[in-house]
Design a protein. Structure first.
Lengths: 420, 201, 269
């Protein structure tokens, strides 16, 4: 119980509450439109209904009870029938990394629904061994793939800037992930893009799931002056970090005019097919010899989620710092909703693993975040420190620890309200 | 039906098995309880010395001897059979009951290159053919075997790495089995039932 | 040269390995994963155990999958239930931390207990249990994952690496007093691609203890392949049984057939 009302950063709800069914807290931010994200942005967070059940759990309930999956699948077949090409041209774009979900999506579209997908990948910051292996196996299972790797210099700078201003190392990656597929579709005149799951399955407002199509505001933007990358304006990026407009092209969302003209439609496969990550795991093991990691990821118990990028470890660590929600919470919440684990087990898993500091790739990630490449043009005033190390990282972290979530006991930070 | 509960091992499995055989077991923890015992089953796992001290610690040593000298039925299972012999190299400071002559030695003394303990299902080789159902195979798990036994006491053996090793011994109303009849499926249970009937005739 | 009947019996027994059913249990559900991940609920453990017993299984291994999460083994009541009707050896593992954990399980019906994770932080645990209950009651459980040049031991149901090689571990477990080894291949677990024969060969060559190998059985032929490893004591099956891929009666018949000698009836000494 907080004695004095502690200030909540980022516009987060002042009192921490946990969903009565899963382990997610009311601090979980909904997917943001990243290129409008600055340090002053106020978060919209996951909704709980009057019984204390979160939107994601309600969505899961709908998935299990209400939705007529047969009819949804029929709709998928009709959609595929409309777009299928037999002349060798690609008829749809499937973005992904070769993880279990994109493996499942591409495979089922090709081999069950007879489509001719072009898979499209936005490269990770730093490949993990298992990620690269699975990516290769994905392609070997029978898919053409276009890999887009943005300039390493720009990518590192944007990632570092995002860490400084937003404590969000994953942001630069997310730009590509969200925008690439429609852009590729437009470039090659492929009118259909299939994403996997709808973010609402994880907690975005439930109304978002009533449409099979992705909300355009997520990936299109008309006015470049309204764009912030890494929480920095375009002019700041230019003046302080030597990044110009042309360097930023890969990060810019698609031009809505172009999308409209090419009649590109973006759909969620998760609208048509009941998505169960574990089933996707089994499917990809069976059909593509997908391999989970050799050990659990730091901060969680699982071995098969988000394996591709070494920076994932830090992404989840930063969400733990900012929202008190770490990797184990995300993994457990999802498994509770699919009925794979009980809430009791989820709570025990979160208490055991959440927020574990990711030492395994620390050195590599800190080197990556250190902006000392000779070709980088960073102005002296741009960063407090060029070198990223543990001390500086923790200093930054402390700026993002909201007092309503964290208290310091001696020299250790601990959550005021761990999950119960 | 009395089962000696010296605290070492899985008494539950023997009482379950006896239940299926039609016997309601009383657990014996102190010597007075043995006075009324009709049949006594002596289970045992672990090591020779441990079981003997537990028996002595509970004050059951004399009571068990008394039971046997009064020609009452007793069946020893696994280490419960081993303690019926004179002693074991496993626990040199411990003496067995000595109802059977012979001592327990480690299997490696027969062949040190082979895997021990001897674990698994082994075929039984009976000394004399009998009309009754004789058990074909049973589950064993042990590292020590009875050596130097009186041939008249041998009822069945099995082959361990090319050597014959006693699996079932008996004299009068006292019998012992190295294997676990309560872990040898229905056939094991039938065997158990048969033996108990035999020794209580 | 004519073989003595002892030799015949001996040969026979070499080709007939113990078949152990491995049941992973969580909150009273029978579960199964692939490579120790993606655990799915697939049924009721008590009825599965009973079914395998009736079909002729040699031994049953009950593994508590969430034990180390909650800090203790919760299979007590399942064990009691199974022990009432199943008259083959029962091994229980998962979260056994100290002597009293072991004692409790023996009291409820376990014949053997399997230890993995706890013995890394507390090596004397195996020795303690072996001293009190006999080494034959202690199974050293190993989760083996392929690594450069060999295999590494994992703990906590395949979640954490230890940096300890399987070969080293096998020696440790033998020295600590375990009576048997159960080595499961993490890479082959649930994949039904065949056992890791190489792993089996290495372990039986390194150890003087009876070895049961598990992970990867995809059919009767996979078992028959492994039966050729003379010193191997047994094979552990999970998916192959849970998903009805292997018929136990058929398997046992084929194991005996394979070495093509008739079963000897009524021997005399």
């Amino acid at each position: 119980m907080i004695e004095d009302k502690e200030q909540a950063l980022f516009g987060l709800p002042e009192y921490v509450k946990f969903c009565t069914r899963c382990v997610i807290s009311n601090q979980r931010p909904n997917s943001a439109v990243e290129f409008k994200h600055t340090k002053d942005s106020k978060k919209t967070t996951i909704r709980f209904n009057s019984e204390g059940v979160c939107d994601a759990c309600l969505m899961a309930e709908q998935k299990n009870i209400l939705i007529d999956w047969e009819s949804r699948e029929m709709q998928l077949r009709e959609l595929c029938d409309r777009y299928r090409r037999d002349d060798g041209a690609y008829d749809c774009v499937v973005p992904g990394s070769g993880g279990k979900d994109s493996f499942y999506a591409a495979h089922v579209l090709r081999y069950k629904y007879g489509m001719n997908p072009l898979t499209v990948t936005w490269a990770p910051n730093i490949y993990t061994d298992v990620g690269l292996r699975n990516f290769t196996h994905w392609i070997q299972a029978g898919f053409d793939n276009e890999l887009y790797t943005p300039s390493g210099l720009t990518h590192r700078i944007l990632t570092r800037v995002a860490v400084e201003k937003l404590f969000h190392p994953f942001q630069a990656f997310m730009f590509g992930q969200k925008a690439l597929a429609p852009k590729v579709a437009a470039k090659y005149d492929i009118p259909l893009v299939f994403y996997g799951e709808n973010e609402a399955e994880y907690g975005n407002p439930i109304e978002d799931t009533s449409s099979s199509q992705r909300d355009w505001s997520f990936f299109t933007e008309s006015n470049p002056d309204d764009i912030f990358l890494g929480g920095a304006s375009l002019s700041e990026l230019k003046e302080n970090f030597g990044i110009s407009g042309r360097d930023l092209n890969p990060y810019f969302p698609a031009d809505p005019e172009l999308i409209h003209r090419k009649k590109v439609e973006v759909h969620y496969l998760g609208y048509y097919l009941k998505w169960h990550p574990q089933t996707a795991y089994y499917y990809s093991v069976k059909h593509g010899n997908f391999k989970a990691a050799q050990e659990r990821s730091p901060g969680t118990y699982s071995k098969y989620n988000s394996l591709d990028d070494k920076i994932d470890d830090f992404h989840y660590y930063t969400t733990f710092v900012k929202f008190g929600i770490g990797r184990a919470t995300y993994d457990a919440a999802q498994e509770i909703r699919s009925g794979d684990i009980s809430r009791e087990e989820g709570v025990a898993l979160v208490r055991k693993f959440d927020g574990e500091y990711p030492s395994r790739f620390e050195k590599e990630i800190f080197d990556y975040l250190t902006l000392n490449h000779s070709q980088m043009k960073i102005s002296n005033s741009a960063l407090e420190r060029v070198v990223m190390d543990r001390d500086y990282f923790e200093q930054l972290a402390d700026k993002f620890r909201s007092p309503h979530l964290w208290k310091k006991v001696g020299s250790t930070w601990s959550l005021r309200n761990p999950v119960t | 039906m009395s089962v000696v509960d010296h605290g070492i091992g899985n008494i539950g499995s023997i009482t379950n098995a006896l239940r299926v055989c039609g016997y309601d077991s009383t657990l014996i923890r102190d010597p007075d309880e043995l006075n009324d015992a009709s049949i006594v089953v002596l289970p045992g796992v672990g090591n020779f010395g441990g079981v003997m001290s537990a028996i002595q610690g509970a004050g059951l040593h004399e009571a068990i001897r008394g039971h046997v000298f009064e020609d009452r039925p007793l069946l020893g299972i696994c280490v419960g059979m081993q303690v019926l012999f004179q002693g074991s190299t496993e626990s040199p400071d411990s003496n067995g009951f000595g109802f059977f002559s012979g001592k327990l030695n480690h299997l490696s003394s027969l062949d040190s290159t082979k895997v021990t303990p001897s674990v698994g299902w082994k075929e039984l080789i009976h000394v004399a053919s009998t009309d009754e159902v004789s058990l074909k195979e049973a589950y064993f798990v042990h590292s020590y075997f009875a050596a130097g036994i009186d041939p008249a006491d041998l009822i069945s053996s099995y082959v361990w790495e090319g050597h014959l090793v006693p699996s079932h011994v008996g004299r009068g109303r006292v019998q012992g089995v190295q294997f676990h009849p309560e872990k040898s499926r229905l056939e094991g249970l039938r065997f158990l039932h048969g033996v108990l009937q035999d020794i209580s005739k | 040269m004519e073989k003595s009947w002892i030799d015949l019996v001996l040969e026979e027994s070499r080709y007939v390995k113990r078949i152990v059913a491995r049941l992973d249990v969580k909150s009273n559900f029978l579960i199964k994963g692939v490579r120790f991940e993606g655990l799915r609920k697939i049924g009721d453990p008590a009825s599965a155990a009973l079914k395998y017993y009736e079909d002729g299984i040699d031994e049953i291994f009950l593994m508590d999958n969430v034990a180390s999460l909650y800090g203790r083994n919760h299979l007590g009541s399942l064990l009691e239930e199974v022990a009432r009707d199943v008259f083959v050896p029962l091994t229980v593992g998962g979260g056994i931390r100290n002597l009293s954990d072991a004692e409790e399980l023996f009291g409820l019906g376990a014949d053997k207990i399997a230890i993995n994770t706890a013995s890394f932080s507390n090596p004397s645990l195996i020795t303690e249990v072996a001293n009190k209950f006999g080494s034959q009651a202690v199974v050293g459980s190993v989760q083996a994952q392929r690594t450069l040049g060999g295999w590494e031991c994992l703990v906590e149901q395949g979640r954490d690496r230890t940096g300890v090689s399987v070969v080293e571990r096998v020696q440790q477990l033998t020295n600590l007093g375990a009576g048997e080894l159960l080595v499961t291949s993490v890479d082959n677990d649930g994949v039904q691609c065949g056992f890791d024969a190489e792993l089996a060969e290495v372990v039986v060559a390194t150890s003087t203890l009876p070895v049961v190998i598990g992970g990867g059985c995809g059919g009767i032929d996979d078992v028959l392949e492994m039966v050729k490893i003379e010193k191997l004591s047994g094979l552990s099956l999970a998916s192959a049984l849970h998903f009805d891929i292997v018929n136990l009666g058929e398997l046992k018949a084929k194991m005996k057939q394979q070495h093509q000698k008739p079963l000897i009836e009524g021997n005399f000494a």
